[in-house]
Design a protein around this ligand. Structure first.
Ligand code: NAD
Length: 272
């Protein structure tokens, strides 16, 4: 399977190129980064520590799309939307790991997915997706007497907050308790905020050093506290998930998919 990676010069782009190199049956045929990037024209293999691959970094994706590859995109929301539009136009499968889409951008993604196979997931790791699958039943079993707080920690370079994963975790719990996250979500606290409202769902973002990604989901009751913690040790976990998602996606019908579909968590009853 031929793959084009968008955001090749980024932290995730490099990790994905290295996983593609180690994975049988897939090969990197195209490498894209932003216009005016100093990396344009450089060899993607040399850029990502793999040695020469003969794939120059370009700011144009179209020349590769005629060969019907699959796209893996980890860039930023406006750029990803451009690649999703082109995937729809050329009817090629696309996996997007970018986070921070606005509700309007999500509506456009849903519309575009009528034309081709699209998978958009804020977290491609098996562990986080397992957690997402479990949390709905945990929340329903515990009942609404528990206070939920989600704390996420990422590296200092991360641009969006809270993380897409923290939002996905929060909306899973809100959904299980039939609450609207837009109404009950509390994204940080300061000053005399008063007693915690029963229905609040707290989401707090920490930015420190080179932390790859950590999420804690805390259910606080009277007399006990339950915590679920996921720590990503390296970006390889996300990169492996992205390549696995692309291999899975090419075999599906057009439509919008998530990592829960790839990992078959629905079939084993972990999600609704
Ligand atoms: P990064 O800043 O290191 O890399 C982003 C790359 O995209 C850069 O090389 C940048 O030049 C490039 N870019 C910007 N505009 C572009 C354009 N128009 N066309 C092509 N390339 C363009 O960021 P990162 O740490 O690699 O993260 C990228 C995104 O992936 C973020 O949104 C992050 O939150 C997300 N992320 C998702 C997961 C997941 O599992 N889904 C995991 C880690 C990071």
């Amino acid at each position: 399977m031929d793959l084009v990676v968008c955001g090749i010069a980024g932290r995730m782009g490099g990790a994905i190129a290295r996983v593609i190199h180690q994975t049988r049956g897939v090969r990197l045929v195209g490498a894209v980064d932003r216009p005016k990037s100093p990396r344009l024209g450089k060899d993607a293999g040399e850029l990502t520590g793999l040695g020469r691959l003969g794939v120059p970094v370009s700011d144009k994706i179209e020349p590769w799309l005629k060969g019907k590859p699959a796209i893996i995109d980890f860039t930023r929301p406006a750029a990803s939307l451009g690649y999703l539009r082109r995937a729809a136009k050329y009817k090629v499968p696309i996996v997007v790991g970018t986070t921070g889409f606005s509700p309007g951008e999500w509506s456009e993604i849903k519309r575009l997915s009528r034309s081709t196979q699209m998978l958009v997931a804020p977290n491609m790791s098996v562990g986080v997706n397992l957690l997402l699958g479990l949390l709905g039943s945990v929340a329903r079993s515990l009942g609404e007497d528990y206070d939920v707080e989600i704390v996420e920690m990422h590296h200092r370079f991360k641009k969006d907050a809270p993380s897409g994963t923290a939002l996905a975790l929060a909306s899973t719990i809100a959904g299980a308790w039939k609450r609207d996250l837009n109404k009950v979500g509390v994204f940080g606290r300061k000053g005399i905020v008063g007693v915690r409202a029963r229905k609040e769902l707290g989401v707090l973002a920490v930015r420190a050093g080179d932390t790859v990604g950590e999420h804690s989901v805390i259910f606080g009751g009277l007399g006990e506290r339950i915590e679920f913690v996921h720590r990503a040790h390296s970006r390889e976990t996300f990169a492996r998930g992205a390549v696995r998602a692309a291999q899975w996606l090419v075999r599906q019908k057009k439509g919008l998919y998530s990592m829960q579909d790839v990992l078959k968590l629905r079939q084993i009853g972990l999600t609704k």
